[in-house]
Design a protein around this ligand. Structure first.
Ligand code: NAD
Length: 316
């Protein structure tokens, strides 16, 4: 932020506050906002911004579901995103998270910590090469995940996307629907955006159609998975384990330090304490290159909207 500020001779101030009806007044006197927040941004934020003459919130992420787009448009506030800042970062993380689960890393670490160096079937794992992987949502991130599994490990890779793209057919064998894609897969890796069609699409019914003992990776959006159904499916052995980089009600927690505070969200607590769920706090993207691209992308978009009234990454 400071480097960009100097290079463009533009005054930038930072605050740890989220944009809420209570904090929006902090923007008074500024020409634009760039923001990174996971919780909802609700009215009267947008009407207040209109009153303050602020035409833009440049979100520093690809997802923008936290905005009330209609309210923003009604109040002439342009929302921009950074659609592609390092798909490799998220793809690499998704594969790493699957590797941890497939290679029983948690259990092996625990055993080593107690000086148990034995070889037993409970920690015997699989070669990824022998597995079938289903990639759900074969876009910027999903295509890279497919490429790593197929060309890096030699795994069989199937996928489902509402749009089939010729250029990804060397990485993934597209299936006609989600059910066909997941039904024999050992690893199911989710990489689609949250839309009106896929809220809780991974639920009790779908888990029952997955291969018994499959591993689920969600580094996309928490609300795609019905968390309670997932815990239940893991507990009865239908799903072997899961890596969740996102949680459907993560808003109050991410990215905050809750050390010493009481978490009352029972489902979140179950995830945190579950031995077969590897939870990470929405950090798949969090690499040097991604942060640099996000910061520059957000600031550049805000500046362009202020100067020209629009930007190629506006979402409304
Ligand atoms: P993208 O737009 O390039 O690809 C998404 C793909 O999903 C597209 O090909 C699209 O056609 C497909 N799709 C949309 N709806 C679908 C549906 N109902 N069923 C199947 N496929 C569907 O997006 P991307 O850059 O690859 O990002 C994918 C998602 O990853 C983002 O939307 C975001 O939710 C998530 N993400 C997570 C992190 C993280 O840190 N965990 C970071 C960035 C993005």
């Amino acid at each position: 932020m400071e480097q960009w500020s100097k290079a463009h001779s533009i005054h930038v101030e930072m605050t740890p506050e989220y944009i809420t009806p209570e904090t929006v007044h902090l923007a008074e006197g500024f020409d634009g906002i760039t923001n990174m927040q996971a919780s909802d941004i609700v009215e009267p934020v947008y009407s207040k911004l209109k009153e303050l003459g602020i035409p833009v919130i440049a979100q520093r992420s690809a997802g923008y579901e936290m905005y009330d787009i209609k309210a923003a448009s009604d109040n002439d506030v342009i929302i921009t995103n950074v659609p592609s800042y390092s798909p490799e970062s998220i793809a690499e993380f998704a594969v790493y998270a699957a590797m941890r689960l497939i290679r029983n890393s948690d259990e092996i670490d625990q055993r080593v910590a107690s000086q148990n160096f034995t070889w037993e079937p409970s920690i015997r794992s699989h070669s990824i090469q022998s597995l079938k992987v289903a990639v759900i949502g074969v876009g910027r991130i999903g295509s890279r995940v497919a490429k790593i599994y197929k060309h890096g490990f030699g795994a069989e890779v199937v996928g489902y996307d509402i749009v089939e793209r010729e250029e990804f057919k060397t990485h993934v064998a597209y299936q006609p629907d989600l059910q066909t894609a997941i039904k024999d897969a050992d690893i199911v890796s989710i990489h689609m955006p949250l839309t009106e069609d896929n809220y809780h699409q991974f639920n009790h019914d779908l888990f029952n159609q997955m291969k018994p003992g499959a591993t689920l990776i969600n580094a996309a959006r928490g609300k795609i998975v019905n968390t309670q159904d997932l815990i239940e499916a893991i507990d009865r052995g239908q799903i072997r384990n899961a890596a969740l980089d996102v949680y459907e009600d993560e808003g109050p927690f991410i990215p905050k330090n809750w050390e010493g505070k009481t978490i009352e969200d029972e489902v979140f607590l179950q995830i945190l304490n579950h031995p077969k769920i590897h939870y990470t706090p929405h950090i798949a993207y969090y690499t040097d290159i991604a942060v640099q691209n996000l910061v520059e992308g957000g600031l550049n978009s805000a500046l362009e909207v202020i100067k020209t009234g629009t930007n190629q990454h506006r979402v409304n």
